[in-house]
Design a protein around this ligand. Structure first.
Ligand SMILES: CSC[C@H]1O[C@@H](n2cnc3c(O)ncnc32)[C@H](O)[C@@H]1O
Ligand SMILES: [Zn+2]
Length: 440
């Protein structure tokens, strides 16, 4: 008998491996943070004994979800300003609120609350763009979730830094601090083409190439952004970023609406990644990302929720379903973004964009044990012809029962193990009271 830490038995394993295998009546063996074996259940019983075993019944085991774009601490602003277009939402609501409230404590509390919600939705890795990323790093470490933290860079001052050089200096110092960390990765997060001028962008491009650092940026979020860029720089944002040397396999472009053929060609040719946030784009009426066309050109498209202040949740199951449905409407083609591809966008494509696809994003022997269990035993999941179809078109986040990151259990039977749900709720309510009191 071989020894292992944990064995998971469940009806289905949706691997999201290259062959997109869905296994039935198999078991998954975890040892020392990694997946040690995936075999028929009988063989696992004969070959392995483990410290703990879980019999998950009619559940699916699948890779933890990778939420590739968000602003976790903005969860404090959920529902504060709805039904507005992007620039009104930012200029008249979010930026004034951030000017008043953003601090180390605000970011620590808001990020922790968001992490609680993300774990409960089955997210095991998230990518975050916000001020005081050092607070987000500490909260991610404590909660046990994986994170790519994209330190902000803007032309204008905020509570975190005064000018682009200071943003870059502070961000690179944080990157240095987490240089050897396998859970938290710190990378460049220039805000958007309309808030960062050419000089800092050139510096970022050069440093990114020199030190092999990833970059995440809001790009082509609206037609207004494209029009203003043409007026100010004489070129579209994608072309400008290309000319400044930012595009490449290290570049993560978030949103990507209002694209023409040349934009798509530049993204494809440089191997840049696209992070699609369908619900935020719909709610802010920002525009449509042509996911089917991008995939036809071989572009890697991942999925993100964006922040809770624009989405208004961090539910990657909802995001997969919206993405799959919206892609069909945008392409006027019911075959666009089938369920299996939507699932890949939320897992292995996200891992690829973050440069982590050799470690996470699919359930394969040797990869880290970032795994979630989704219960398909109840009435709303019957009958089950295809678990993959159900995961995308007929599953809600409340069906996620268990979550493991690197073999460590962060949720068991819907109970968070590293965070206190009661503390998260009372902290959110305390901030709500403070914000309301300051209004009157
Ligand atoms: C430097 S990143 C934090 C910065 O981004 C703002 N923000 C949040 N959501 C969006 C979005 O969809 N597009 C552009 N900017 C966004 C947030 O309010 C922070 O100021
Ligand atoms: Zn965003």
């Amino acid at each position: 008998m071989q020894k292992a830490d944990t064995i998971l038995f469940s009806r289905w394993i949706v691997t999201v491996n290259a062959q997109r295998e869905v296994l039935e009546n198999h078991a998954l063996v975890i040892d020392q943070q990694k997946i040690k074996a995936i075999l028929p259940a009988d063989e696992v019983r004969q070959q392995f004994e483990a410290g703990e075993e879980f019999n998950l019944g009619d559940s699916v085991l699948m890779p933890g979800l990778v939420n590739t774009h968000g602003h976790a601490a903005m969860t404090m602003f959920r529902g504060m300003a709805d039904d507005l277009p992007l620039m009104t939402w930012l200029n008249d609501h979010m930026w004034p609120a951030e000017g008043k409230w953003v601090s180390e404590q605000f970011v620590a509390d808001g990020t922790r609350i968001a992490i609680g919600e993300m774990i409960r939705c089955g997210t095991t890795t998230f990518s975050d763009n916000y001020f005081f990323p050092e607070q987000a790093a500490l909260e991610a470490k404590k909660a046990g979730i994986r994170a790519q933290l994209n330190f902000p860079i803007m032309d204008f001052p905020t509570a975190w830094a005064q000018n682009p050089d200071e943003y870059i200096k502070k961000g690179l110092a944080l990157r240095e601090q987490f240089a050897n960390d396998d859970q938290v990765h710190v990378v460049f997060g220039p805000h958007a083409p309309y808030t960062v001028s050419d000089e800092p962008l050139k510096k970022i491009a050069q440093l990114a190439k020199e030190h092999n650092i990833l970059i995440q940026m809001h790009v082509h979020e609206t037609q207004v952004e494209v029009d203003e860029s043409i007026e100010k720089y004489g070129k579209r944002p994608i072309r400008r970023l290309y000319d400044l040397g930012l595009l490449g396999p290290h570049m993560q472009c978030v949103h990507m609406t209002a694209l023409n053929d040349e934009d798509i060609q530049l993204i494809a040719e440089t191997g840049s990644h696209v992070m699609h946030c369908p619900e935020s784009n719909l709610k802010l009426a920002s525009g449509f990302c042509p996911v089917h066309k991008l995939q036809e050109q071989g572009i890697n498209v991942s999925l993100g929720t964006d922040g809770t202040a624009s989405n208004n949740d961090l539910d990657m199951f909802g995001e997969m379903r919206t993405a799959a449905q919206l892609a069909k409407a945008v392409a006027m083609n019911a075959e666009a973004l089938p369920a299996g591809e939507a699932l890949a966008m939320a897992t292995i494509n996200g891992a690829k964009a973050l440069g982590l696809d050799n470690q996470i994003g699919s359930l394969e022997v040797g990869k880290l044990a970032d795994i979630i269990a989704v219960d398909l035993s109840d009435l709303e999941s019957q009958p089950i012809f295809s678990p993959v179809s159900h995961l995308v078109y007929a599953t809600t986040r409340n069906q996620v029962t268990d979550v493991w990151v690197g073999g460590k259990q962060l949720m068991t039977n819907r109970e968070l193990t590293t965070l206190s749900k009661a503390e998260l709720i009372s902290t959110a309510q305390a901030w709500q009271s403070k914000i309301i009191a300051a209004r009157s």
